[in-house]
Design a protein around this ligand. Structure first.
Ligand SMILES: [Zn+2]
Ligand SMILES: [Zn+2]
Length: 293
């Protein structure tokens, strides 16, 4: 089902896809994974992978400043995150991008998050000319940090989206991810799930963690963690590419471990993992106990 992705057809062409489908006929899933990996190794990748660049980072930061000035705060956040992604490691551009994002978060009254970005500037070795400015902002953050209970609770909900949906009464014995309100009916030719009682409109009858997930659009890469998909206002840029961000260093580490499957592939792997199919391939291989390909 996941092979039906545009990714493989786009990269390998229809014939290769047929070849992979053929291996799916076999019960030995290892063969499918090996075949896919083989195809990936010889894939004619033509993507232009951008390099970290001070100029690009500074340009994005300036665009962020313009958006900030015109009160387009969502736009500004995306531009500052882009500036972070383009900024080379240990560069002044990286610190400036964090600093400007902290100003935006301060403006949005997201004081805790603004303080996190300010702290990051200090950790990165903030130059003297900036320290003064940041100290003032930091002080203001502490002074005005009156966290409204209401927004605080909204944040909690946003941080754990699973709490938005709760499964209806007690889980079913037959279907672990479903409520008792549905049951498995095997009386017909094909088994089906049917209601076991009257169900009120809006009741959640099944809740399942997706096997794999990815972003809907390129912009989501600047709004959520590339690895765990959590949204965060303090995303940190990937060290290897200009494409994605992480919610924390451990997510970047875990993501790297997962993608070492493809270490022999050219350039940075983040771009491939933006597609659902390679994500599924890695998850599938891991689940089947394949540590190295
Ligand atoms: Zn994460
Ligand atoms: Zn990357």
């Amino acid at each position: 089902m996941w092979l039906n992705s545009q990714f493989f057809q786009h990269i390998f062409g229809y014939e290769a896809l047929e070849d992979i489908y053929e291996s799916l006929q076999n019960d030995d899933h290892t063969e499918v994974v090996m075949k896919l990996h083989e195809k990936l190794k010889h894939a004619p990748f033509e993507w232009h992978l951008e390099k970290k660049s001070v100029e690009k980072s500074d340009a994005c930061r300036r665009q962020g400043n313009d958006a900030f000035k015109s009160h387009s705060y969502c736009q500004a956040l995306i531009f500052y995150n882009r500036a972070l992604c383009y900024a080379p490691k240990n560069s002044r551009s990286l610190i400036l991008a964090y600093s400007n994002r902290s100003a935006l978060l301060y403006e949005l009254k997201e004081f805790k998050d603004a303080l996190k970005d300010i702290k990051m500037c200090y950790q990165l070795g903030c130059p003297d000319d900036l320290v003064q400015k940041l100290k003032i902002r930091e002080e203001k953050c502490y002074q005005t940090k009156r966290v409204n209970d209401f927004t605080e609770s909204l944040h909690k909900i946003a941080a754990s989206s699973h709490t938005l949906l709760t499964l209806g009464p007690s889980p079913s014995n037959e279907i672990p991810c479903a409520s008792k309100m549905v049951k498995l009916d095997t009386s017909g030719v094909r088994p089906k799930v049917v209601a076991s009682e009257n169900i009120d409109v809006g009741t959640v009858v099944a809740l399942e963690t997706p096997f794999v997930n990815t972003f809907n659009s390129d912009l989501d890469a600047y709004r959520a963690c590339y690895h765990c998909m959590k949204t965060s206002l303090n995303l940190i840029p990937c060290n290897n590419c200009c494409l994605v961000m992480f919610c924390a260093e451990n997510c970047e580490k875990e993501s790297l471990q997962t993608t070492t499957f493809f270490i022999r592939l050219p350039a940075d792997f983040c771009i491939y993992m933006l597609y659902l199919a390679p994500r599924a391939l890695v998850k599938f291989a891991l689940r089947n106990g394949m540590k190295h390909l």
